[in-house]
Design a protein around this ligand. Structure first.
Ligand code: HEC
Length: 449
């Protein structure tokens, strides 16, 4: 837990302390905190490494950063920090925090020089973070009931249903997530269900009937769609959060979380509707010890489409996921290539310009899984792993947000795509279920009226 500094004297000490530190190094070749390191950390690290966020320590001041110097050199040179898993050879993404080789070298030099402070007067002011809404005053705020995170809790998933009183269709323009106990929030996923959905109905594979709105973890920027684009929040939708809490257990580490999702709406229906597509393979059967199990699926839009972003979703054995466009003329292009997937980071990769793909382009998703003992996240390499919703089961979903370019095709955009070989089989199962439901409804209708 971070210690807070409340008294004026304490604040003066914190800010004044630097004035008595070693004078600025006259050798301009030397890398210092004030001149070189602070601007870099403020830009790329402190959105997570500041009090109240998920990262274990703040990097907002020299004093706080100094003890971590060696560790910073290590995690930046092996590129575990900042977290980002896209292969830079394919695509250019917004909010890509990746450090350049030069920046990594600079941090290394600073550590080698003894991590000097330099002239504190020259250091940039630490950025300020408003606790207000970056997207502007929300039109609606969905807030869950307070949830208690106990001291001994380490890793916990909680599905919650959130009250929604909106009885008209609304169009989402942007959304932002605020957690009151962000240190312990690993991620929030927001979903919409039909008006009669219940918490029970979201368990298991039934989950795929939900519409995914967005995923968030501390440090992830709010999502705002381009002008003219929006996502439908149907009247009376049931709103669900999937909360994943994660922290080091121990006395005094608990607290209360009450996460809110704020949304801004378009005043009227935007010209273009955005839909979420689950490109999914629901049949996984990963043998024990298998280090490179492969699974694929694909979506072929019937009309010209724009793709706004890519969100790979697998669990602990997830290793990589690649999104490739196979164009009708036979050319191929890798749209996003997540090479070192890490379940701990549920990141979304948003191309700087949406990817435009013509009708008939096959968007294939190719995932690999590592169920061997070499995978440090693997809880048990000796068991066979199948598709399921527990963290220790597996998932294979490539989420994309997309739209059809031509507005006349936007009313009924598909939300789910399976591997080609399975489609017929699943279609039959779907029809059978539909008939069963219709028969049941007819029966209860007769007896009820
Ligand atoms: C998206 C949020 C995020 C960003 C951005 C980020 N970090 Fe981290 N960082 C974390 C989290 C969370 C942890 C703890 C990881 C864990 O527990 O596995 C961490 C851990 C670390 C550690 C290891 C701490 C330890 O306990 O050994 C260092 C060092 C570090 N970060 C440095 C950096 C630097 C330097 C940057 C910028 C170049 C950066 N981080 C950017 C979230 C972030």
């Amino acid at each position: 837990m971070t210690r807070t500094c409340l008294s004026l004297a304490c604040i003066l000490v914190l800010f004044g302390a630097g004035a008595f530190a070693a004078p600025n190094n006259t050798d301009t070749q030397n890398v210092t905190w004030s001149d070189d390191v602070a601007p870099l950390l403020f830009e790329k690290c402190v959105k997570c490494h500041r009090p109240g966020q998920t990262a274990p320590m703040s990097l907002m001041s020299y004093k706080e950063t100094r003890p971590w110097a060696r560790s910073i050199r290590k995690v930046t040179s092996d590129r575990t920090m900042p977290p980002w898993f896209a292969n830079p050879e394919h695509g250019e993404f917004v909010e890509d925090p990746t450090l350049t080789d030069k920046e990594i070298e600079l941090l290394g030099k600073w550590v080698e020089a003894g991590a000097p402070q330099g002239d504190p007067a020259k250091a940039p002011k630490p950025p300020t973070f408003s606790s207000d809404w970056q997207i502007g005053e929300p039109d609606v705020i969905f807030t869950m009931e307070p949830f208690e995170i106990t001291d001994d809790m380490e890793d916990h998933y909680q599905w919650v249903q959130v009250t929604n009183t909106l009885d008209e269709d609304r169009w989402i323009k942007g959304m932002e997530v605020h957690a009151t106990f962000a240190e312990a929030v690993h991620h929030n996923l927001t979903y919409l269900g039909p008006p009669d959905a219940t918490i029970e109905s979201v368990q298991g594979v039934g989950q795929i009937d939900l519409t995914f709105v967005s995923g968030w973890g501390p440090g992830v920027e709010p999502m705002v769609y381009p002008d003219g684009y929006g996502k439908l929040l149907p009247a009376n939708s049931t709103v669900f959060f999937q909360m994943h809490y994660h922290k080091t257990p121990g006395p005094g580490t608990g607290g209360i979380d009450q996460t809110s999702v704020g949304m801004i709406f378009h005043d009227e229906k935007p010209e273009n509707a955005i839909q979420t597509m689950w490109i999914i393979n629901p049949v996984l059967d990963i043998p024990p010890g298998e280090a490179n199990y492969k699974s694929s699926s694909s979506f072929t839009p019937e009309h010209d489409a724009l793709i706004f972003n890519y969100t790979p979703h697998m669990h602990l054995r997830g290793k990589s996921m690649r999104f490739t466009a196979e164009y009708p003329d036979g050319k191929e292009e890798v749209l996003a290539d997540i090479v070192d997937y890490d379940f701990n980071w549920q990141l979304t990769y948003t191309p700087v310009e949406p990817n435009k793909v013509p009708a008939g382009t096959r968007i294939s998703v190719d995932a690999s899984f590592d169920n061997s003992a070499d995978n440090p996240l693997n809880p048990d390499p000796t068991i066979r792993v199948r598709f399921g919703e527990k963290t220790t089961d597996e998932m294979m979903v490539g989420f994309i947000h997309y739209t059809y370019v031509d507005q006349e095709h936007q009313a009924d955009m598909p939300r789910q795509a399976l591997p080609e070989a399975m489609r017929e089989q699943f279609e039959q199962i779907r029809k059978m279920r539909e008939q069963q439901r219709a028969a049941k409804a007819a029966e209860s209708g007769q007896s009820g009226e």
